[in-house]
Every structure is written in C-alpha cells, then in structure tokens.
Design a protein around this ligand. Structure first.
Ligand code: SF4
Length: 318
C-alpha cells in the first residue's frame, strides 16, 4: 500500500535572533536546520530527541507558530507558507495541539462544557444544539461521562484532564493532532491510559498524530514511524520497528541506550558531553563533538541523507 502524504516538509529552517550575546551583539539561534520529512495520512509519527534538539520548534513551525526562515510545508498539495490570513485560519482548524501539562492548558475558571464549546463557537456557525451534540460525542469518545461537562478542571485527575484536552482538540474534527510530550506530566500509572487513548483514536478515526517526545518507551509502543532530531536536523528516520531493531546513527543508538529496559543496541555507544548550543553549531556533522566514531572528515564535511524508507545522515553509511 502506498502512503498518502498529509504534510510534506522541504528543507525547513527556523531561526531566532536574540540580543543577549556576551558583547551585546545579536545572537542567532539555529533551531531547525534543513528538515525534510513526509508525514503520512493516518500514521502516528514520533519526532524524538533530547531537550533542546528542536523537536517542539519543528512541531510549532508546522502550524506557523514559529518564525520560519525558509523552506516549504505542503498540506494537501499547497504550501502553507504562502497562505493568506483566511487560508491560515482554515488550516489551523485542521490541526490541533495537545500540550504537555493538562493542569496549565485548561482554563481553571471555565466549566468543561465551555472549554469544549469554545473552539466551535469561535470557528463555526453551528447551532447551540449541534455544538452541544458534538461536545457530548467527543467527551464520550475520550472515555468520560457527559455528567462531567458541568464540572471544573480542578475536579479531575491529571489523566482525566489530558482526556479533556484531547476532547477539545477533537471538536473541530482535525486532520492531525500535534501532541507535545502528552504523557510526561502524568503519573506513570496513568500514562498507559492516555497512550492507549491516542492509539484508539488513531485506529478508530484514522487520525494522524505527530508526537513530540523524548520518551523511548512511548515511541516504541505508539509510533508507526520515528524521526530522530539532533541540533535541528533529522539524523535518522524510518519505521519504528526498523529504528529499534537496526538503529544506524550513533546518536540514535545512544538514545536507545538511554532506555535501559529497551536497550538491545551496542552498549559502548553512549552520549559524551552536553548538547552544543544551537547558537554555535559545530561545523561538519553536528554530532561530531559527541560521537564515538568521529573521523577527520566528520569535522568539516556534512553527511548527506541516505536510504529509502530507513534514512540516515552519517558518513559510516556513505
Ligand atoms: Fe559520527 Fe561522523 Fe557519523 Fe557524524 S558522520 S555521526 S561524527 S561517524
């Protein structure tokens, strides 16, 4: 079966400028550096990497919440970077976000019914009756009873609040959901319930999820495909089973080694040192300052992406 692309990202760059340099000059933060990635309709794709690798910036850039320097993002064949305000508003209805912390993402002063009605009241001209029907349908879809609609967020557990946040993301019937570390703020005992809910919604609705996470076990259980990011680049991508059974990039191997129970890779591959600053990117392969396999050419030359469905950027495979 050939996969249909929902999103196609071509050579995307995101940069910030800050005037907090040591000598008071302008500092450029290279947050996303030449990312190209296809996102298939109906899949769960994980964008993974250490904190600061650019994964959340990439996700926000997909819905134009970040300053894009250059590149293209195609959605249903059109480059969203050329959209006017009206087109962008329509596009944003089709993509919704679920945030890491359900304690902060739900307005504590609003009843659940009002939280769920709000996106429909702002974005549609549906009747009050139709809006209420949609709200009831979505709250049931995430496994909660409609009686909870008249309660406030503080009356729910963290897991229930994240279900409500997911219900709110569903009311506009989006094409895809960006879920940024959706279980990392929850107790371990609750995480599995929310993970299973995401999996169920993906299967039942054919809904695409873009999962931003550093959690290797969540990726292994949930994702169909994985893109591994390092300093704003995707260094390896492929089907989850291929990435876990045959990781290629030394950084991917080190990341997998950081999850002891899942570790089936070479024990010698460990991460050395800290992530360099995105304001001062290393020359050549950006991983060369921490790589156990570094060669002379890695310090000056940039490896090209190789492979078809399982892709890697490393001179060991050229
Ligand atoms: Fe390591 Fe060189 Fe491969 Fe970069 S290109 S990951 S430095 S071996």
């Amino acid at each position: 079966m050939t996969e249909q692309n929902l999103l196609k990202i071509n050579n995307l760059y995101v940069e910030y400028h800050s005037n907090k340099g040591i000598l008071g000059g302008i500092v450029t933060i290279h947050a996303v550096n030449g990312v190209s990635l296809d996102i298939h309709k109906g899949e769960i794709i994980a964008i993974a990497g250490e904190s600061g690798c650019g994964k959340s910036t990439l996700a926000k850039a997909l819905i134009q919440l970040e300053p894009i320097k250059s590149g293209e993002i195609y959605f249903e064949g059109e480059n969203i970077l050329n959209f006017n305000k009206k087109q962008l508003k329509e596009f944003r209805k089709k993509c919704q976000m679920v945030f890491q912390n359900p304690y902060a993402s739900l307005n504590p002063k609003m009843k659940i019914i009002d939280i769920l009605k709000e996106p429909l009241e702002i974005n549609t001209d549906f009747s009050a009756e139709k809006i209420y029907d949609i709200v009831k349908e979505k709250i049931k879809l995430v496994g909660l009873d409609e009686n909870c609609l008249n309660l406030y967020p503080h009356e729910f557990s963290g897991g229930q609040r994240q279900r409500i946040a997911i219900a709110r993301a569903l009311v506009l019937e989006p094409e895809f959901i960006l879920a940024d570390e959706p279980v990392s703020a929850l107790d371990v005992s609750i995480q599995a319930q929310v993970i299973n809910l995401i999996k169920d919604l993906n299967k039942k609705l054919g809904l695409t999820f873009i999962l931003i996470t550093h959690d290797i076990s969540v990726i292994k259980y949930l994702a169909d495909r994985v893109a591994i990011m390092y300093l704003g680049e995707i260094v390896e991508s492929g089907k989850t089973e291929d990435i876990f059974s045959t990781p290629l990039h030394p950084y991917t191997k080190a990341l997998l080694n950081s999850a002891p129970q899942l570790n089936k890779t070479d024990k010698k591959i460990l991460l050395n040192g800290d992530l360099p600053s995105p304001a001062d990117l290393p020359k050549g392969c950006k991983f060369h300052t921490r790589c156990s396999y570094v060669m002379e050419k890695c310090k000056n030359c940039i490896p090209q992406e190789r492979g078809a469905s399982h892709k890697v950027k490393c001179f060991l495979y050229e």
